[in-house]
Structure formats: C-alpha cells, structure tokens
Design a protein around this ligand. Structure first.
Ligand SMILES: *Cc1c(COP(=O)(O)O)cnc(C)c1O
Length: 362
C-alpha cells in the first residue's frame, strides 16, 4: 500500500484536480483487488451486484450530501459537462419555445452556443462588457421561457453567485466547479449538472441531479442516448456507465460525508479563500481580477501589477512545491483553485510565498 502521506506537491489545479489522499489509496487498491473479489474494478461487469451497489451508493450520496427531495433522481453519464450543454436544451426546450441564459464566462458562453444550435435562446444578462469579472444582478427572466440556465461558479474567471437568481421558470444550473462546496436548496432546481473532475471525483463522469417531473415535457423526439429520462429510468445503465469514475466519485463523496458533509466543506473552503484573498488585498504587488463581492471561493484569480516579475514569482512558487496556479490561457495571470480536498496548509504555503515575494519586490 501507499504509505507516504506527506504532501509533496501543493496541487491548485483547476480540474482535473486534487482529491483526498485516502481516496487515491482506496482507488488504487480497488484496481488491484475490488472489495476482496480477486477482480479489479477495471474488469468487472457494470451489471455485477458489487458495481450495482457502488452505483446505488453514489446516487444516494449525491442526494444525501445535497439534501435533495426524495423523488429527485441521479444520473451518471460520460461526455462531460459539455455534453450537458447539448442535452439541456434538447430535454428542456420545446420546439418553438424559448430558453433564457446568463453569460458569465467561457463555460456559460459554450452552453449558450449549444442552446442556440437547438432553438430560440435569449441571453438575459452578461458580464462580457468587463471581461466576465463580475456576476450580473437585477436582471429579469421572461416568464414564458421554458427554462433558465446559469453557471454557479465561473472556473476560469473566478466569479461565483453568492445568491442564486429567483426565477419564474424551471432552473437549470451548471454546478461543475462548486457542487458539494456549500449547501444548496435542490428543490429550487429542475436540474443541477456538472463534470465530476472539479470537486466530486476524476474526469470521465458527469452527474445530473434532476427532478423527474420536469422531464418529458417538450414533445421533442429524442434519440435514447440524448434522453435524460431514458437514462434516469434505466438507472444510468442504459449503456455502460463510466465505472471507475463513478467508483472514485463515490469514494470522494463518502469522504465528504465522513468529514461532516457540505456544511463542513463550506466552512473549510471559506477559511481557505479568506486566507488567500487577504494576501491578495494586503500585498500591493498583487491585484485581484474580479469584483470583490463576487469572488469565487473555489477559484481565486489574481495578477501581478508588474507583469515583468512573473518569471521571478513563478520560480518562487515552483520551488515551494506549488503546482497548477497559472491562469487559464484566455485570462493569464494566476488562478489558485481551492477545491474541497485541498488542505489549508497548501494555501498557507502559497501565502507564505506571496509574502516573501512582496517583501523583495514590493
Ligand atoms: C470544466 C467546466 C466545464 C466543462 O466540463 P467538461 O467535463 O470538460 O465538459 C463546464 N462548466 C464548468 C463550470 C466547468 O468548470
């Protein structure tokens, strides 16, 4: 077994991202011998009893962690959240109907692009005018829209809704990068979906937490593979689900539950974000890139006021064992992603580096 638990690398990657060490150990063990069966998790049938139990537990944990109403269903599919961008309008937009979206960045823009390919899509608010550095507020959602879509956390630009918009129509949310980071009222959503690789598990699985009563209303003829109702009815077993990604997601959710659930995650994430943003604000060499009230607790974006010093700063954090804080190629600067499994000790290491850098170059 793996015994070296000392943190060697402080992994701030935006996704795929850090998962708990004990999950890596359990996941590694299951590749060699899944639950004492003598078989690897990689070679068992998805219809075997032990895997059916894994799937059932993963589905139950999503609902339990988020406190979803009993009748909600959980579906695990491949294709990423990006496939979700396509499936959402197919499953919720009536032919001749209208979809309402907010544009808060790269992922929201891509979701809008997919919706426009399916039908009439109105963008009710956008923060593109200021390079997506804030969350639009005070917009209205047309009451005749079939659904309203927004992105709860903008992974690339580092903004996050602190309060969710009130909507007169069913709400669909891409929660890829902050699901399980805080409590949400699931009953307010017809659908919450997200790629697993940012707080829930490894890449390969996409989770759909849905109200089955909101499905099957469009009258649109759907291919079975693109029909969420079909996948929900078939318990995510219509075709082979991403077995290993679902298994590792189940382990990660079980870890969250043992830690105290999303209430505890929210507490830890708030402490990490406070620590990092305090350094950004206190040290004049750094500058945050987003409106303060909309700052993401998951992905903190900042720049150096003097860009010429980037190589010097980069050398410092690399030497400290920090990985993955380079900003997205479309934004530049820096992005520290602080997902659930990132320990606050890693944030402290980064803050120490920032202080040291500021002392020399401030
Ligand atoms: C990463 C991300 C996506 C894209 O996920 P894929 O699984 O790569 O398709 C979509 N939305 C948000 C908010 C993301 O952070």
């Amino acid at each position: 077994m793996l015994t070296d638990t000392k943190i060697k690398v402080h992994n701030f990657s935006a996704g795929p991202c850090i998962l708990p060490r004990e999950v890596f150990e359990q996941a590694a063990q299951a590749v060699l011998d899944f639950e004492g069966s003598g078989l690897s998790i990689l070679e068992i049938s998805h219809r075997s009893k032990p895997f059916e139990a894994v799937m059932a537990k993963a589905q139950a944990l999503v609902k339990e962690l988020l406190g979803a109403p009993d009748h909600y269903q959980v579906v695990f599919l491949g294709g990423g959240a990006s496939m979700g961008f396509h499936m959402v309008p197919l499953n919720y937009l009536r032919p001749g109907g209208k979809a309402a979206y907010v544009n808060t960045g790269e992922w929201a823009s891509r979701a809008i692009k997919e919706a426009k390919a399916i039908g009439d899509t109105v963008v009710v608010a956008s923060s593109e005018d200021k390079n997506f550095s804030y969350i639009p507020k005070g917009f209205s959602i047309p009451a005749d829209a079939d659904f309203f879509h927004f992105t709860s956390n903008n992974t690339i630009f580092g903004t996050q809704y602190k309060q969710f918009p009130k909507s007169p129509v069913p709400v669909v949310c891409d929660m890829s990068s902050d699901i399980f980071s805080r409590p949400v009222n699931v009953a307010d959503f017809a659908l919450i979906y997200g790629g697993a690789q940012k707080n829930m598990g490894p890449a390969g699985a996409t989770v759909y937490l849905l109200d089955p009563n909101a499905l099957g209303k469009t009258g649109r003829k759907l291919s079975p593979m693109l029909d969420l109702k079909n996948h929900a009815d078939k318990e995510s077993m219509y075709n082979t689900p991403p077995v290993y990604a679902v298994y590792v997601s189940m382990l990660t959710m079980d870890w969250m539950k043992r830690q105290g659930g999303v209430v505890e995650m929210e507490k830890r994430n708030a402490a990490k974000a406070r620590l990092l943003y305090a350094a950004v604000d206190a040290l004049p060499v750094f500058q945050g890139t987003t409106a303060v009230e909309d700052r993401s607790v998951m992905n903190a974006t900042f720049v150096l006021k003097d860009k010429a010093l980037e190589p010097t700063f980069d050398a410092l954090w690399k030497e400290a064992g920090i990985s993955g804080i380079r900003g997205h190629r479309s934004v530049g600067g820096y992005r520290a992603s602080m997902y659930n499994a990132l320990p606050i000790e890693s944030v402290q290491v980064l803050v120490d580096v920032m202080n040291e850098f500021a002392k020399k170059h401030g």
